[in-house]
Design a protein around this ligand. Structure first.
Ligand code: ASP
Length: 415
């Protein structure tokens, strides 16, 4: 049995969904198909959530826009026989509508999960119904009844023991060889919806694989595999045919968008191969992430946009490493902010972080105790297996705010 994951780009419109049929037909192996929200629906739901929290009177324009997009895809896919799927989708939008008519709770992250999770419920209902219509018999599964988490909304942590029993019960392939289910979303033991972090559907796929002992996970992308650099930003890119789990984690952590950073651990622990393949041309081999000693020999470039560099110094000149490091890290932790690169001196702590909605609250809290300066609109460039020529080329005309090098990896915070 295997796990397939289709992200937003692979389900961005009716044609893309038809393409999934061609990938799945004639494939009789037992499989769980994990699907993200259609196209940019999660971004649209994030805006809806913000509008809801701020009681924006244009909230229903956004709601109607999301609804119209889904209905237009149904209309294209189902032509005449769409009454059943329309009912299912109408019911989901009614639930969302009910949610929006309630007073928002003050817990921003809780409300985020209750609203943004609708994207995957909608996409999987449409795709499951469409596949059934195309004679790819499948069962729609609400993954919230399988993957159980704590109540750390927006970044929920999975309870593996509890989820394992449920997965083995609900995904046992009795009478069906294909399940369609949601990535990204889960629920607490009390059934309250949670999410696993943006782009979390890859992680869902790997968690399910480890829970049911699948032999592989395939992530279907709009690129021919994992490349040595983002083709939208660099020329002459090439596919890395085989990489180790460790290399994949490093690439994902540095900002390679091709897989979610948390995806690798469950697969590594259970010895499950991860394939990254093109949904545009499934005949291309792609990349396999596995146990391997194969070394990457050519430079790999990773760009992480939307970075802020904070420079923090204790007001009383106390030493950062000796006296204040724990405190600083725990303040970052409190705001769920991940440090992408850290550098410190005696009385200074610099940290490069993603621009998130709560970064200004973090700066306000830090400013109570520390002198804080920051630069935003920065980019974190990581060059693995660098050469001097590559660095010279990439850093030309750039302002470098912070840099670090080991013998094989160079990282720069630049504008
Ligand atoms: N739909 C979610 C997102 O866009 C999860 C995913 O696609 O992986 O972040």
């Amino acid at each position: 049995m295997k796990i397939y994951k289709f992200g937003g780009a692979s389900v961005k419109d009716a044609d893309a969904i038809r393409n999934i049929v061609s990938i799945l037909s004639n494939d009789l192996e037992n499989k769980v198909v994990v699907v993200s929200a259609l196209d940019k629906t999660t971004n649209k739901l994030e805006i809806l959530h913000k509008m809801y929290m701020s009681s924006d009177k244009n909230l229903y324009n956004q709601f109607n826009d999301i609804k119209a997009f889904h209905l237009s895809i149904i209309k294209e896919l189902f032509v005449e026989c769409c009454s059943e799927v329309n009912l299912l989708i109408e019911e989901i939008f009614n639930h969302l509508n009910e949610k929006l008519s309630e007073e928002p709770n003050s817990n921003y992250d809780y409300e985020y999960d209750q609203i943004v999770s609708f994207g995957e419920l909608l996409s999987t209902r449409i795709i499951s119904s469409y596949l059934n219509m195309c004679k790819i018999k499948n069962l729609w599964v609400d993954i919230r009844n399988v993957i159980k988490t704590d109540d750390n909304y927006c970044q929920a942590e999975i309870d593996y023991d509890l989820s394992k029993g449920l997965a083995q019960q609900k995904l046992n392939f009795t009478g069906v060889n294909t399940y369609i289910t949601q990535g990204f979303i889960a629920s607490t033991t009390f059934g309250t919806t949670t999410t696993l972090g943006r782009e979390g559907s890859d992680y869902t796929a790997s968690v399910i694989a480890s829970l049911i002992g699948a032999e592989s996970v395939t992530i279907w992308k709009d690129v021919p595999g994992i490349l040595n650099a983002d083709p939208k930003k660099f020329t002459n890119t090439h596919v890395l045919p085989k990489i180790s789990y460790k290399e994949a984690v490093e690439l994902a952590y540095s900002g390679a968008k091709v897989i979610h950073p948390k995806t690798i651990k469950p697969l590594h622990n259970a010895n499950i191969n991860l394939y990254v393949k093109s949904f545009i041309d499934p005949s291309v081999t792609g990349t396999v992430i596995t146990h391997t000693d194969t070394k990457i020999v050519s430079p790999v470039l990773i760009v992480k946009d939307d970075q802020i560099l904070l420079s923090v110094s204790p007001k009383d000149i106390s030493f950062v490493i000796d006296d204040r490091l724990n405190e600083l890290i725990s303040i970052l932790d409190k705001y769920k902010v991940k440090a992408n690169m850290i550098q410190s001196s005696a009385v200074n702590f610099s940290v490069c972080i993603d621009t998130t909605y709560n970064v200004h609250d973090l700066i306000t809290e830090l400013s109570d105790m520390y002198n804080v300066k920051y630069n935003d609109n920065l980019v974190l460039l990581t060059v693995r297996y660098y050469t001097d020529d590559i660095l010279q080329r990439e850093l030309k005309d750039k302002i470098i705010f912070m840099e670090q090098r080991t013998r094989s990896i160079a990282r720069f915070v630049i504008r």
